[in-house]
Design a protein around this ligand. Structure first.
Ligand code: SAM
Length: 311
């Protein structure tokens, strides 16, 4: 939706921000809707709105409503840092959004402030409460677990599922963009996280359904909510990945960790036909890498920041 963000998470963006995509290069809502309509007919049925922070883009509610009315779109979700969610949750629900992912890396106000470089912890919690109140479901909380930063909160996050209808998803810290200082020693791998969760209670596996994406699902015995484990680094799930990302400036990216980009904005802005757009989709699918190479000597960090790809 945008490469702009109202937080500056230390592992995602430098304090001063990153060079922004000029406004005129960002796809308009009309352009995005055209791409979605054409690609939905080719079988794309699941869409996630992300950023940057999608809720800071003006007109996001109306856009969500138009998107949710496209017949072939069976699943629409949004990933947000939650800062503006209290204001937007009800309108988004009324616009046809059913579920939501909220990123939150600490349950301690002061630490949240240190990680995000903004004092918005209370607002995010109010946003989560509002999301529950208006009936968004499932509500998934994404926690990026980083050694020495928030690894001591793994259990506290999991305990939230004992009393709240939340899915806590642990995400491995990934190397990305130029703003981040990723070191392998910062990584808290999913098997380590799982071991710690097992001390809270028995982890009961939940069979995946077709909308689950890369998460392995569990429930702590007796809990209302769920646990999701996403091991993008330690155990790549590339074989099952059929995701494409469309950047705010109209490039299709075929893998989070690859700089391969296929330009669709050029087609839109030079009177290209729907067939031309379809052709670009096929090129993108044909170039989707078999796997990422994070754990091999071939690995090169991608050039775009996570905030300009969408995470
Ligand atoms: N602003 C929205 C948000 O905060 O959810 C959407 C964009 S943000 C880039 C999407 C997700 O990417 C967030 O959950 C964030 O924690 C995650 N992320 C960013 N950099 C990451 C990294 N290096 N490793 C793992 N996750 C990362």
């Amino acid at each position: 939706m945008t490469d702009r963000c109202n937080l500056r998470c230390c592992y995602c963006m430098p304090e001063e921000g990153i060079p922004l995509i000029p406004h005129e290069e960002i796809l308009t809502y009309e352009e995005i809707l055209r791409i979605v309509r054409v690609y939905a007919k080719e079988g794309i049925s699941k869409i996630r709105l992300t950023g940057g922070e999608p809720l800071i883009r003006k007109g996001i509610v109306d856009f969500t409503s138009r998107l949710s009315r496209i017949e072939q779109i069976e699943d629409l979700s949004l990933t947000t840092n939650g800062v503006l969610l209290k204001e937007f949750a009800r309108d988004l629900r009324n616009a046809g959004l059913k579920r939501i992912n909220i990123s939150l890396d600490s349950l301690r106000g002061e630490r949240f402030c240190r990680i995000t470089r903004r004092d918005d912890y209370e607002r995010v919690w109010e946003g989560i409460e509002e999301a529950i109140r208006v009936g968004l479901s499932p509500i998934k909380i994404n926690m990026v677990a980083i050694q020495g930063i928030n690894d001591d909160e793994i259990e506290s996050f999991a305990r939230l599922t004992l009393r709240l209808p939340l899915t806590i998803r642990y995400i491995e810290y990934m190397p990305s963009g130029n703003g981040d200082q990723w070191k392998k020693t910062d990584l808290l791998a999913i098997p380590q996280i799982k071991e710690r969760l097992e001390k809270i209670g028995r982890l009961i596996p939940i069979p995946s359904d077709r909308w689950d994406g890369p998460a392995r699902r569990y429930r702590i015995e007796g809990a209302i909510g769920e646990i999701g484990l996403i091991g993008a680094v330690s155990s790549h799930f590339c074989d099952d990945c059929n995701r494409l990302r469309l950047t705010a400036d109209g490039k299709i990216r075929t893998c989070l960790f690859s700089d391969e980009e296929i330009d669709v904005r050029e087609i839109l802005r030079h009177n290209g036909s729907d067939d031309d757009l379809r052709e670009r989709l096929l090129i993108a699918l044909g170039t989707k890498p078999e796997r990422h190479h994070i754990n091999t000597h071939q690995f090169k960090k991608c050039q775009r920041n996570m905030s300009a790809i969408g995470g």
